[in-house]
Design a protein. Structure first.
Length: 112
């Protein structure tokens, strides 16, 4: 199912002063930030299930409790995306992209 943004939906989401400044771009940055966090979580869970060790002590403790892990890895990025302007999230999106790329490469090397 594809989501199509019509003019009325964009106008409802965007304040009037921001409509001409690329409000859909702001939404795309925020959604990308959240999805990258969830993809990082999926890669972490996959790596741990394959027998690799989590090096982050906080994440290692949270992996023992999946409900807490999902709440923290979803709630904190949602809160950050809600409160922080999208232009300030761009470095986070770039950094998360690099981290996920690195993790995917390492996971690929271990598997093959």
């Amino acid at each position: 199912m594809a989501v199509v943004w019509h003019g009325t939906e964009i106008r409802q989401y965007c304040p009037s002063w921001k409509r001409d400044r690329g409000c859909t771009w702001d939404l795309a940055v925020k959604v990308s930030y959240i999805l990258l966090h969830l993809f990082d979580l999926a890669l972490t869970v996959l790596a741990v299930s394959l027998g690799l060790a989590e090096l982050n002590p906080l994440m290692r403790g949270l992996l023992a409790s999946p409900p807490q892990l999902i709440v923290i890895k979803l709630a904190i990025p949602l809160l950050i995306a809600w409160l922080v302007p999208s232009k300030l999230l761009i470095p986070g999106v770039l950094f998360l992209s690099l981290v996920i790329g690195w993790n995917a490469k390492e996971l690929f090397l271990v598997l093959f």
